[in-house]
Design a binder for this molecule. Structure first.
Ligand code: MN
Length: 494
């Protein structure tokens, strides 16, 4: 099988099953049917057979980080007239093979040309002149997966699987989709009683106190238990994952329920299972948190929720580059006398400003009283720069409705007016993540909305809850996706 793998550099991984492993070469330009072309091929370490159908993403901080498609698959055999032991042929540096793939076919030869001082082997991969040879044939002209029909871009945008290179092969593959077929896992949660071991997204979680009430009831509804919350976390985890992956997490914990005061938990506790992904902050000073949770796979979000992490806050920057935010954040924070219609007016003014500027931005309700607007930013500006940009923008917008907006820091000085808060655009400061539950009766959710919903008279800032959001997600899709993978630069405002 051959994978097209976009890691630090694009290459094709040419893998042959020999003696129970995938003997592998990295071919930067890809195999070809053109007998006039020889491709450089670098012999790399054997891969486990479990990897043979892997298509998906590898976290950026891990070996081979990037995206992978199964570019070709089929069978191979040594030609009858060259029938040596294949393992021996590889060791001897010359392997002839007849390939019956969907794209690759005919006779190929792999020849070792050079072994450098570090033991790195350079080989050549070529196609013999036979009836399957095609002059001018280029792998890049055939970019789709033979497994899914998708391109690398399409798989990256909506991956089904994740490969944890830092785990043994038997545990490395992590499913990212909550398929209706996996509904059996929700039944398993219901069957657990007060607690037990729950297998979810390929991990075994010890879940406890499942019938404990964590949120007061809303009128006409039962109160929300920990089991209800975990069910929600599993349903949305694959959707939330791209907003959390690669980012340190600050959890707002309410282990005793949302009637008690919550507290911030930044440090990953020592008792976290070994598989839980984490990040060591190299810049942590004395007394500062060093080890953070990073939700690199869906089960990690379910683990954090079970741990009492009711509110999910991921950093605005990525662990690999903490000083450069990937979002600019606008927080429309109502005052005591700010009515919901007033807040909608402020949000609509921001909408008009973004339309005017040609800037892509996505709103969400907070699940409490406010609205936030997230603006995707290509890494480059510092936090000082994004904060200044948001301050300038909001100052201009706020000047249109000066009676509604206060620039006073202290709530008590604001005379009940709203604040356009730009100060969270700072290292290790966060706003609540999209789809996160909020600590209030009925378990409301910070729900992404589309801009037109600002004009929907039914819209409420806390109108979506963990009970209603899964159906909305199924019906509307992920309305926040525009903030991902952005190459947007913030335009100057003067
Ligand atoms: Mn590779």
């Amino acid at each position: 099988m051959v994978q097209r793998h976009r890691a630090r550099r694009l290459h094709y991984d040419f893998r042959l099953e020999i003696d129970g492993v995938l003997v592998s070469w990295a071919v930067p330009k890809g195999p070809t049917l053109d007998p006039g072309v020889r491709r450089a091929a670098f012999h790399v370490e054997d891969h486990p057979l479990d990897y043979f159908d892997f298509e998906g993403v590898i976290p950026s901080d891990q070996y081979g980080g990037g995206d992978v498609i199964v570019w070709d698959a089929g069978t191979w055999a040594p030609p009858a007239d060259k029938a040596t032991d294949p393992g021996r042929a590889v060791a001897d540096g010359e392997l002839h093979l007849d390939i019956h793939g969907e794209k690759l076919r005919g006779r190929f030869v792999l020849v070792r040309t050079r072994t450098d001082a570090s033991g790195k082997e350079e080989w050549l991969l070529l196609h013999k002149r036979d009836e399957d040879a095609v002059a001018g044939w280029d792998a890049e002209d055939h970019p789709r997966s033979v497994l899914s029909g998708r391109t690398n871009d399409e798989v990256k945008a909506d991956p089904d699987r994740l490969w944890r290179s830092d785990e043994p092969a038997s545990r490395a593959s992590v499913p990212l989709k909550f398929a209706p077929a996996a509904a059996g896992e929700l039944d398993a949660l219901d069957a657990l009683g007060a607690g037990g071991t729950w297998s979810i997204f390929g991990r075994d979680l010890a879940v406890t106190n499942l019938d404990k009430v964590l949120f007061d009831a809303r009128e006409g509804e039962p109160p929300v238990t920990k089991r209800d919350l975990l069910r929600y976390a599993v349903q949305v985890a694959p959707t939330v994952l791209p907003y959390l992956a690669g980012r340190p997490m600050n959890l707002h914990r309410y282990p005793n329920g949302t009637r008690s005061r919550g507290f911030w938990q930044k440090a990953l506790p020592d008792h976290a299972p070994d598989w839980v992904p984490r990040w060591e902050n190299p810049d942590a000073g004395d007394g500062e948190t060093r080890t953070y949770l990073v939700v690199g796979e869906p089960a990690a979000l379910v683990w954090a929720t079970n741990f009492g992490g009711i509110e999910w806050h991921a950093w605005t920057s990525r662990a690999e580059d903490p000083r450069h935010p990937t979002y600019a954040l606008i927080d429309l924070d109502p005052g005591d006398t700010t009515g919901w219609p007033d807040l909608l007016d402020l949000a609509r003014l921001h909408r008009a400003a973004f339309e005017h500027l040609g800037v892509r931005a996505v709103p969400k309700v907070t699940g409490r009283r406010g609205i936030q607007i997230w603006v995707p930013v290509a890494p480059g500006p510092t936090f000082d720069e994004t904060r200044a940009w948001v301050e300038n923008l909001s100052t201009a917008v706020g000047a249109v409705l000066p009676d509604l907006v206060s620039w006073k820091w202290k709530r008590s000085d604001r005379s009940g007016r709203a604040r356009l808060d730009y100060t969270q655009n700072a290292l290790n400061k966060t706003l609540v993540a999209p789809y996160s539950p909020r600590p209030a009766a009925g378990a409301p959710v910070s729900a992404p909305i589309d801009w037109a919903e600002l004009d929907d008279p039914e819209l409420r800032p806390d109108g979506f809850t963990i009970r209603t959001l899964p159906d909305r997600l199924a019906a509307r899709g992920d309305l926040f996706a525009d903030v991902l993978g952005s190459d947007q630069a913030l335009p100057p405002l003067v």
